[in-house]
Design a protein around this ligand. Structure first.
Ligand SMILES: Cc1cc2nc3c(=O)[nH]c(=O)nc-3n(C[C@H](O)[C@H](O)[C@H](O)COP(=O)(O)O)c2cc1C
Length: 141
C-alpha cells in the first residue's frame, strides 16, 4: 500500500562544522514546510556532530525523503536503524521537532547516537521523552 504508515529512524554525522544554529534553523524550516506538505511528522535530536532522526508518514512520501536525505551533503554516514511499517505515529504533533541535547543530558544520552548500542524501541522512547517535555512553539505542530 503506497500510503500505509511507515517509519524511518536513522543516525548520521553532521558535516556542518561547527554545527551552525543558522544552518540548523534553515534545515528545520525547509523540513517542516516539506513535511507539512507530505504528511510526515518526526523529531530530530542533535548532539555535537551527530543526528538522530525519526520521520513517519505515508510510505511513498517517506521513501522520497530517504532519497533526498541520501543526497544531502549536510550530513554523511547515514545509518538506517529502521525503515518499515508502523502501527501508529509517535510524533504526530510535530512536522519536525528538534532538540539540541544539552550538555547535562549528553552523558545519559550519549548512547542515543551510537549504532548498535540500543534497541530501536528504546531509542524511540528516549526521544519521545525528550520531545514530550518541550513546550509547543507557535508555528510548529
Ligand atoms: C539531518 C537532516 C534531516 C532532514 N530532515 C528532513 C525532513 O524531515 N524533511 C525534509 O523534507 N527534508 C529533510 N532534510 C532535508 C533534505 O535532505 C532535503 O535537503 C530537502 O528535503 C530538500 O528540499 P527541497 O527540495 O524543498 O529543497 C533533512 C536534512 C538533514 C541533513
Amino acid at each position: 500500500m503506497p500510503n500505509s504508515l511507515h517509519r524511518l529512524s536513522y543516525l548520521s554525522v553532521a558535516t556542518l562544522k561547527p554545527l551552525s544554529l543558522i544552518g540548523l534553523a534553515e534545515l528545520l524550516a525547509i523540513s517542516q514546510r516539506n513535511n507539512d506538505r507530505d504528511g510526515l511528522t518526526g523529531a530530530l535530536a542533535v548532539s555535537k556532530s551527530q543526528y538522530f532522526g525519526v520521520v513517519e508518514g505515508p510510505r511513498d512520501n517517506l521513501f522520497s525523503l530517504v532519497a533526498r536525505l541520501q543526497r544531502d551533503r549536510r550530513h554523511r554516514d547515514i545509518h538506517i536503524l529502521e525503515l518499515g511499517p508502523a502501527s501508529a505515529r509517535i510524533f504526530g504533533r510535530w512536522s519536525l521537532v528538534a532538540d539540541l541535547i544539552e550538555p547535562s543530558l549528553v552523558v545519559s544520552l550519549a548512547d542515543l547516537m551510537i549504532p548498535d548500542a540500543l534497541a530501536v524501541e528504546t531509542r524511540l522512547a528516549m526521544l519521545e521523552g525528550l520531545t514530550g517535555s518541550l513546550r509547543q512553539v507557535p508555528g510548529m505542530r
